[in-house]
Write a protein that binds this ligand. Structure first.
Ligand code: SAH
Length: 356
């Protein structure tokens, strides 16, 4: 906390710069110093809830590779692999498809050195390498894959008041040495960008995913150049609230937390504006499937059938555990509805497994 207070003593920070320090500052950042995943950590993600999730993603990847004509070399790029569980479980499933396994090479992109270390102890396979930047990728065909990556990227928040566009900032309140929200007028350039993205209307809050857009552009250019696709699973805006909702939230020990109370020690996320993501990907010449709920996607891939097979010869307790975990992934009250899946691909392709 002291680092951020020292910075704020000198200047206020816009929301995106605040998030960047709170999550990714080399010493102080949340993701840089701890392993936040699991029941004992702060939050649990789909691959940690059930390995059936990863199995379904594995089957999807193998099918996409078959659709592409079983290329001799195929590259899977995972963005933000967390504690490495998804990648580890994918590899286990991939081994059941010999030709695919021979073709696949996995490249992991991880910003946190702490998490990279954890991934490296968990995943010991020559098929897996770590890369720093996706800009430098010169291989294909390739599939970009990510689960809960985009929700952890910094965003800007802007709102309109009396016809003025104000950007949300974080400031130190002099009286109590406490963090508070403040605002500053934004420049014309930014207003133009927001208008072009069709993010402006009414007086409600605008979330501008400044970092995500950079990634979407690079991903699109690689898919256009080398062929392949992009499968993205993450929290989406709730139905009919595509725009103008403040979705910034902080989580610590599995409970919601005020984002200003303990930066550096609590996670900060925002929801994905999938409408905007689709638009950007389409503008960059990709084919984008209609967004699906995570539950629909997993049902279509046969997750229930797989769970039935797995639970045939196991004890009642194990069977109950399999279905309890499945419920967490699929039910509307838990992840099923809030989590969405986006798939974009090279325009030459019409792969639609899980989306039709
Ligand atoms: N996919 C994992 C973890 C999600 S948390 C899971 O589902 O369990 C977000 C992950 O993205 C973390 O590993 C975080 O360190 C990483 N990350 C965030 N920003 C990044 C960036 N710009 N480049 C690479 N990795 C990043």
């Amino acid at each position: 906390m002291s680092k951020i207070i020292n910075i704020l003593k000198k200047k206020s920070l816009p929301v995106d710069e605040f998030i960047n320090i709170a999550l990714y500052d080399k010493k102080f950042g949340y993701y840089m110093k701890k392993n936040p995943f699991g029941e004992k950590g702060d939050f649990v993600t789909a691959p940690l809830i059930s390995n059936l999730f990863s199995e379904m993603i594995a089957i999807w990847c193998v099918s996409f590779w078959e659709y592409l004509g079983k290329p001799k070399k195929f590259y899977l790029i995972e963005l933000g692999p967390g504690d490495g569980t998804l990648c580890k479980d994918l590899l286990r499933s991939f081994k059941n498809f010999k030709d695919f396994y021979n073709s696949i090479e996995i490249k992991l992109v991880e910003k946190s050195t702490k998490l990279k270390k954890i991934q490296k102890t968990k995943i010991k396979d020559k098929k897996v390498q770590w890369i720093e930047r996706i800009e430098d990728l010169k291989v294909g065909p390739l599939i970009f894959l990510c689960n809960e990556f985009f929700d952890s990227l910094p965003i800007k928040q802007i709102y309109k008041k009396n016809n003025l566009f104000l950007e949300k900032y974080i400031t130190l309140s002099k009286k109590e040495n406490k963090l508070i929200f403040s605002n500053k007028k934004i420049n014309k350039n930014l207003i133009k960008i927001l208008k072009n993205l069709n993010l402006v209307s009414g007086n409600r809050i605008i979330e501008y995913p400044i970092e995500a857009i950079k990634y979407l552009k690079i991903i699109s250019s690689k898919i256009n150049k080398y062929n392949g696709g992009f499968l993205c699973l993450d929290y989406g805006y709730k139905k009919n609230k595509e725009k103008y909702t403040d979705t910034l939230q902080s989580i610590k020990k599995h409970a919601y937390y005020n984002i200003l109370s303990d930066p550096g020690n609590s996670d900060i996320t925002s929801h994905i504006n999938y409408k905007l993501f689709s638009k950007i990907l389409k503008n960059n010449n990709l084919r984008v499937e209609k967004i699906k709920n995570q539950s629909d996607f997993l049902y279509k891939l046969g997750i229930i059938e797989r769970a039935n097979i797995l639970s045939k010869n196991v004890s009642f307790k194990e069977k109950a555990n399999i279905f309890y975990r499945l419920k967490r992934l699929l039910s509307k009250e838990e992840m099923g509805d809030l989590f969405k899946v986006l798939f974009a691909q090279n325009k030459k392709m019409k792969f639609s497994l899980g989306f039709k």
